[in-house]
Write a protein that binds this ligand. Structure first.
Ligand SMILES: O=C(O)c1ccc(O)c(O)c1
Ligand SMILES: [Mg+2]
Length: 593
């Protein structure tokens, strides 16, 4: 199936948009009128540019407020339409989109609408152009796809068909099954967009919050299945009006867009991709740092032992239980100090995992960093984090044992990793982790930071042995919020916190008000409360179990969390995150770091 994208979905000048669409592998574009009007290129030059980039101009849009109006008004509309059709001939575009009218002049008269659209189709036919009539969800009289189709059916004109747009159909709660009643050859175009499920005015929802299929709450895949059953063989085209994408770089957005279509095509059986290989655990988390001292001190206080050193690179392996942290002082170190740069994911088939990632347009990283290293399959996540797919124990061969005092035994494994996403990459990150890694996305939650609202969403495998929390701010965010963290699982957070403190570690202090409120919310003993208060342990419950957690101070961009997850608690203490964030800001204000 051919794929296409509307220029409105990408940022930049028309030629930047076209370049991004082509580089991401789209076959065609919908040219949005405003993009053309603002371009210094002539229609002929745009046509040539598209041809050079291997892009077909699948649609020109939109033509508005054409139908069901008084005769004199319609005469003016036809005159306007003729200009556009001439322009389209110069562009070499063969299909024009006509949106259902929102004009106060339009009357509720299907016969008149059919007759006038038929006249327009006559004119378009002279230009070799087809007219695709689309019901806007907020059209004045025509606002459902079945209504638009009835008018097209009545007009019965070979150059008039309908354009289906998943947003307009699903936002109104129309049943997409009825699409199967439309003959495939009368569906002239199919536009796809998803959206988060919001209770708001449909026009605002459409113009600001659309997202790529799989990033919102609509069943776009189900809708496409109905469309394919009609025999429709036109392109799958993305038409996404989104405030964030309008600001984000066009290149990555186009790749994200194309990935969403690949996943959708896979789901409807229109594309075959290497099957997902779900990771089965976290092999390691890798920190890069310009200075091992503060990180080493922190890890030692947490009970880790420096157990091994890489044979060829300045990388130490710190271990406790099944938790492994690599500390790298190599050339990967960037400005901004210590950061979480890579995650090793235990994979049952690393090569196949990398194949799927590559098929879904993830940047594949070199397999060997040095000739003598064991080859490792790795890709970059949208935020730049390197994801290594690790087989049984291959990567360990690159490390040689160093003499060390045994590690403590409080920490069992890495519970979760929390990564902050560049602010315009949140939906992309979720789709990436779901589609590339086969992880399941949990509900997105809002978290109040003193200086902005954050959105957080966890992706996990089935048994919870891989959990990654993705967080983003509504706008570019400050360093506290940019922090990343590694949560370490323990069976006894109180003992682990005490040990950490006795070893010289400093825990994040939590305000007394928090504990007063905790006493009101839960029936905890005075002794328990006093312990939590003393150590800065936060507490949460969900329908499954109990969560107790506390935080270390931050080094560079990274801090650690000790977590005790009892009785199948599934969350991440989101309830407590605002208190934690405020406490981190407070510490930063005092210490400057
Ligand atoms: O928001 C609009 O006006 C608009 C225009 C063209 C479309 O195809 C559409 O779905 C919406
Ligand atoms: Mg549309």
């Amino acid at each position: 199936m051919r794929t296409s994208i509307a220029t409105v979905s990408l940022s930049g000048s028309l030629t930047e948009k076209l370049t991004a669409a082509s580089r991401a592998g789209f076959d065609g574009v919908e040219i949005f009128e405003n993009d053309l009007l603002a371009s210094p290129l002539t229609p002929e030059e745009i046509r040539t540019r598209c041809a050079d980039l291997g892009l077909r101009i699948d649609l020109y849009q939109p033509m508005r407020d054409i139908e069901a109006v008084p005769a004199d008004e319609f005469a003016r509309n036809l005159r306007r339409a003729r200009h556009k059709l001439e322009l389209m001939r110069r562009l070499g575009a063969d299909t024009v989109l006509v949106c259902s009218s929102v004009s106060p002049l339009a009357v509720d008269d299907d016969a008149l609408a059919a007759q006038q659209l038929s006249r327009l189709a006559d004119l378009a036919q002279d230009f070799g152009i087809r007219v695709a009539y689309e019901a806007l969800a907020w059209g004045r009289h025509v606002n459902t796809y079945d209504h638009a189709w009835r008018i097209v059916e009545t007009a019965d004109h070979p150059a008039l068909g309908t354009c289906l747009d998943s947003f307009h159909i699903l936002s109104r709660g129309s049943d997409p099954k009825g699409i199967e009643d439309i003959p495939g050859e009368k569906i002239f175009y199919l536009q796809l967009a998803d959206a988060p499920l919001l209770a708001m005015d449909v026009l605002q929802w459409s113009r600001h919050y659309r997202c790529f299929p799989g990033q919102g709450g609509f069943d776009v895949t189900g809708l496409v299945r109905h469309v394919l059953r009609t025999g429709y063989d036109g392109p799958l085209s993305l038409e996404v009006f989104n405030d964030v994408f309008r600001q984000a770089e066009a290149g990555p957005t186009a790749v994200d867009a194309r990935r969403s279509l690949l996943v959708l095509q896979e789901a409807v059986g229109a594309a075959e991709l290497p099957a997902p290989v779900v990771p089965t655990g976290v092999a390691f988390a890798e920190l890069v740092t310009p200075d091992t001292e503060p990180v080493s001190a922190l890890l030692a206080a947490l009970g880790f032992a420096r157990a091994a050193r890489h044979r060829t690179k300045p990388v130490d392996l710190w271990q406790q239980g099944e938790a492994r942290i690599l500390v790298n002082t190599g050339p990967a170190v960037r400005r901004g100090g210590t950061q979480l740069a890579a995650i090793g994911l235990q994979s049952p088939d690393p090569a196949a995992a990398a194949d799927r990632a590559e098929a879904l347009l993830a940047p594949v990283l070199p397999r060997r960093r040095a000739p003598q290293d064991a080859p490792l399959d790795a890709v970059a996540a949208p935020d730049g984090t390197e994801l290594f797919f690790c087989g049984a124990d291959g990567w360990r061969a690159d490390f040689e044992h160093v003499a060390h005092t045994p590690a403590a035994t409080h920490v069992r494994h890495i519970d979760h990793l929390a990564l902050t996403q560049p602010w315009h990459h949140f939906d992309e990150a979720t789709l990436f982790h779901r589609s590339v890694l086969g992880l399941h996305a949990q509900e997105s939650v809002d978290v109040a930071d003193p200086y902005g609202l954050l959105r957080s969403r966890a992706v996990t495998n089935a048994d919870g042995s891989v959990r990654i929390a993705l967080t983003v701010g509504a706008a570019p965010i400050d360093d506290t919020v940019r922090a990343q963290h590694i949560a370490l699982a323990t069976d006894d957070v109180v003992a682990a916190a005490r040990r950490f403190r006795e070893a010289g570690g400093r825990l994040l202090p939590v305000p007394a008000n928090y504990y007063d409120d905790l006493a009101a919310r839960y029936d905890l003993t005075d002794e328990e409360l006093a312990t939590y208060r003393e150590l800065g342990i936060l507490y949460d419950r969900d329908p499954h179990g109990v969560f107790r957690h506390c935080y270390t101070r931050t080094v560079g961009r990274v801090f650690f969390e000790l977590v005790q997850r009892d009785d199948g608690y599934r969350g991440y203490g989101a309830q407590n995150a605002p208190v934690r964030l405020a406490a981190q800001h407070a510490v930063q204000a005092v210490t400057g770091g």
